[in-house]
Ligand binder design. Sequence first.
Ligand SMILES: C[S@@+](CC[C@H](N)C(=O)[O-])C[C@H]1O[C@@H](n2cnc3c(N)ncnc32)[C@H](O)[C@@H]1O
Length: 281
Amino acid sequence: MSTADSKSRGFLGNFANVDQANPAELVGRLDTMHALEFFRSYKRETFALMQLGAAASAADIGCGTGEDARQMAELVGESGLVVGFDISEAMLKEARSRHDAATANLQFIQSPAHELKAASASFDAIRADRVLTHVPDTMAALREMVRVVKPGGRVVVSEPDMLGCWVNNAHHATSTRILQAIAHSCERPFAARELYHHFLDAGLVDVRLLLRPVALTDPQSADNILRFGAAIETMIEKGKLDAQEARSWLADFEERRRTGRFLGGATIFIVAGGKPAGEDR
Ligand SMILES: C[S@@+](CC[C@H](N)C(=O)[O-])C[C@H]1O[C@@H](n2cnc3c(N)ncnc32)[C@H](O)[C@@H]1O
């Protein structure tokens, strides 16, 4: 599937271009994810890997609705500073309306990941969670993150392995095609698998890779996140899926929903590293 298809309505790839898609729907997807304990738990791990202490300065790239930046602001305390960067005006508007009144040490700035409005060596730690999958040039974004972090600072990136997402359905081959179409709607479906070596190529040290598997038994959450129906509709329109195959797959999905037999999952790749001390670039 070409990148042009990422503009198709309802696809996960719309996160690359929130302002031209349906921002309210995409905010809803993020809220679904934030409500799941699995997401909360790997996010807490990313905060720990950032080694955020009191009075630290930190950045969250592709901050979305700002929930993670808000938690980071609590971790660094009143004398610290957290900046959430995002390319989307609609996401930043949502983030500001949720958090501005409550948190003085939190700012939101509109910037694309490859061109952050921040001076070099500004932050003690920086992260991006489920963002680099949506950025056209992963390495350019990572190099920019390294630029704005201080020598000795921490860089943490987490991405789902999009091509490894799975669901249980009697029509396994159709599942594979639907999930591949969802993955390929994203700019960089392979981003998670490339991260570890990108960190080494960017000159980061003490690089660690952690894999965190997730399994969902709740079909509604899986559907809220991946929007199977919208993906299937677009595939049919583009002649990439036969209507009968789609009906059979959806019937099995509905049967599993009705009988409590849905299962699906993915693996989150978390990579953490440090900018070498004494290096200012
Ligand atoms: C899947 S959401 C993740 C949001 C947040 N990190 C979270 O975990 O809830 C992806 C976010 O990245 C932002 N984004 C997409 N492309 C971007 C880019 N090139 N530069 C900066 N932000 C970008 C989107 O606007 C969206 O808010």
